[in-house]
Design a protein around this ligand. Sequence first.
Ligand code: SAM
Ligand code: SF4
Ligand code: F3S
Length: 456
Amino acid sequence: MEQLDIRAALAGKTYFIRTFGCQMNLHDAERVSGLLDSCGCLEASGPEDADIVVFMTCCVREAADQRLYGQCSSMKSLPTPPGGKRVIAVGGCIAQRDGEGLLTNVDNVDVIFGTHSLTHVSELIARAFLDGTRQVLTPEEGEDAATSMPWHRAVSYHAWVPIMTGCNNFCSYCIVPYVRGREKSRSIEEVVDEVQGLVRAGVREVTLLGQNVNSFGRDRYGSPRFAELLRLVGETGIERIRFTSSHPKDLLPETIDAMAEVPAVMPHLHLAVQSGSSRILKEMNRRYTREQYLDLISRIRDRIPGIALSTDIIVGFPGETEEDFLETLSLAQEVGYAQAFTFIYSRREGTPAARIEDPTPRSVIQDRFDRLVKVIEQTAHDFNQQALGRTIPVLVEGVSKKDQHKLQGKSPKNQTVHAPLPEGWTEQDVVGRIVDVKVDTARTWYLSGSVVGEPR
Ligand code: SAM
Ligand code: SF4
Ligand code: F3S
């Protein structure tokens, strides 16, 4: 189909995108949105106002599948849009995993596009409008979408920058390598150019994205080049650099040095541990032990004192005993995480762990999960106390949802910070600006205080 036909089919149509899952999906949604904008589509405020509804899906845990089926079915009860037809498109990881098979669980889907077919979305949607036929495109591999596609950023001051796609690690519980393919790094020049362009456009913070950014470059250059990338991105003039995720087995000393030495790299590291038990880590195919992880943490802390550490932890991996779990609890206490994303293990068909039988009752796993959450609440609370009395630069995201008179933003250590909007300032005055906040209250999940000086 010619570009002109796609535009003719889509111009003036409204679209709404709902995204589940990780930052990679959030960024892919920005690319889909950019593509639809470039065809003359307009963003709608909700699915009821949209001619096109796109679901960007996640299958990392089972609950996400069920949620998608529910959401797709609920589209049937919406009033028909004025154009007479609403196209429902499903992209992301469930689409990649199930392809046409998705139709057995949801029958009202018009377009299914996989994680390697983003560039074709507008064409598939245009066809669904023109012929009324179902479109399914879920190849195992595809071109690197990031470079060639337009991009609709959700906010002006921050950008997700994918530096690589896919994953080679095959942790035994995880579906991601099967739905995102193997690691594929972008070139250093391309990433740096992109960040330079973002700086010119007024972006102040970038988050470099990959399932394991520490191995960035290995596929393209023969050895990892993440430390070098951090230094080069640091020279673009961007004010804040974050990155996620980091696999502990690949975090090199040179990367810790770059983090310590590049002023724009924020003092926060997300380093998923998954379990504190070396036995379970081996079963998970994580390729580090508890001791190696703790040693890495102490080397990071020596080099970057006060750094905020966050993590992902899975509770209830098949065969996890109370003893294993107590090792996870003690590790969380020892590290003193500022934040942790805690998950109950979810069996994913097709992964090696799905074949392991587990007699542990659900109630036992839930009880362990609740105990872990309590420990994390304590470590997060303790971590935040260190900010009391300090003045910290906060990148403002907007006003607080609960109180329009308070601004909300992020500290360098990724803490959420609230402060009353100073007299005479509006939300527009502060969004995307950096303000200094003197912290007088430190709770488990946020800090608050008052603004000192002017926004910059
Ligand atoms: N690549 C990232 C890393 O290794 O840090 C993680 C990406 S994954 C999208 C995010 C988190 O989901 C993982 O760190 C893990 O804790 C969790 N996760 C993955 N598979 C899971 C499963 N089968 N059940 C429960 N949690 C899972
Ligand atoms: Fe999944 Fe492991 Fe890859 Fe992370 S590193 S995406 S947990 S397989
Ligand atoms: Fe989910 Fe796919 Fe991300 S499975 S967590 S959206 S890579």
